[in-house]
Design a protein around this ligand. Structure first.
Ligand SMILES: [Fe+2]
Ligand SMILES: [Fe+2]
Length: 261
């Protein structure tokens, strides 16, 4: 048996959320989806996520929300992160930080998908080693299911490519997020792991990675920190469709998705 999983890139603000709500039932039908995972670190006003928005996304057909460095922006999400098993944050934060970095989704009575969220360290905060965190976590996760999907939320392409090679044959997919720019390097690695450096974002097209262009440009031109706001207008949903053999966890196919123009 094969399962089809849609992974949606960082949902940015209301334009991103509304597009997901508009497209999701059609994507379920077109791709015969068994599960949908989305990165939601930018879902609330472009920075962070609130309990209300997390519940809304989860009630509209998304099975699990992952996140990244911006998940801490809205403090009201901290208690939600503590109790939720459907919103995770990168696993390699220090002990005692709210939330967890691993989730297991049940597709049916026999099939489960393990999801591990990690954050990169190159040009980012000096967290625990994402590579060693991944190896330790995967050992445990494989006792529950061979189907494991990694959201590696990282800036540097080299760090993400390296993670793909480290985990080839150990997980079903290593999917990069955080840059909001979809890369065209999707591949099934030799040992059966689907890989892409960045799945992209889901937000306004006429923007700087989902945020208002005028504010972003002011920041670049003046070097004065700005309060970013999501751009408005037409949006695009970006992500990848994974086809995975349920018994082995091996990826059969990875297809880039770009929808909503
Ligand atoms: Fe993001
Ligand atoms: Fe990020």
């Amino acid at each position: 048996m094969e399962i089809n999983v849609l992974f949606i890139g960082d949902i940015v603000g209301r334009p991103g959320r509304n597009l997901v709500y508009r497209l999701l039932s059609g994507l379920y039908r077109r791709y015969n989806l068994d599960a949908v995972i989305a990165n939601a670190e930018n879902a609330a006003g472009g920075l962070g996520i609130t309990p209300r928005i997390a519940n809304e996304l989860l009630s509209r057909g998304i099975d699990l929300l992952t996140s990244g460095n911006h998940v801490w922006r809205k403090k009201e999400i901290f208690p939600y992160l503590e109790k939720s098993d459907r919103l995770i944050r990168p696993a390699n934060y220090p002990p005692g930080v709210p939330g967890k970095g691993i989730a297991i989704i049940s597709v049916n009575s026999k099939t489960k998908i393990g999801v591990l969220n990690l954050e990169g360290r190159t040009f980012m905060r000096p967290l625990d080693c994402p590579f060693r965190t991944a190896l330790a976590a995967i050992d445990n996760m494989r006792k529950e299911t061979p189907i494991i999907i990694i959201d590696f939320h990282a800036e540097a392409t080299s760090e993400k490519v390296a993670m793909g090679w480290l985990l080839d044959g150990k997980v079903s997919a290593v999917l990069g997020t955080h840059t909001h720019v979809q890369t065209a390097d999707e591949v099934i690695l030799p040992q059966g792991t689907a890989y892409i450096t960045d799945v992209g974002m889901t937000g306004a097209i006429s923007s700087v990675i989902g945020m208002r262009k005028d504010i972003a440009l002011k920041g670049f031109l003046t070097q004065i920190p700005q309060s970013f706001k999501p751009a408005s207008g037409e949006a695009c949903l970006q992500g990848v469709l994974l086809t995975i053999e349920a018994s082995s966890g091996r990826a059969k196919r990875i297809k880039r998705i770009k929808d909503g123009y």
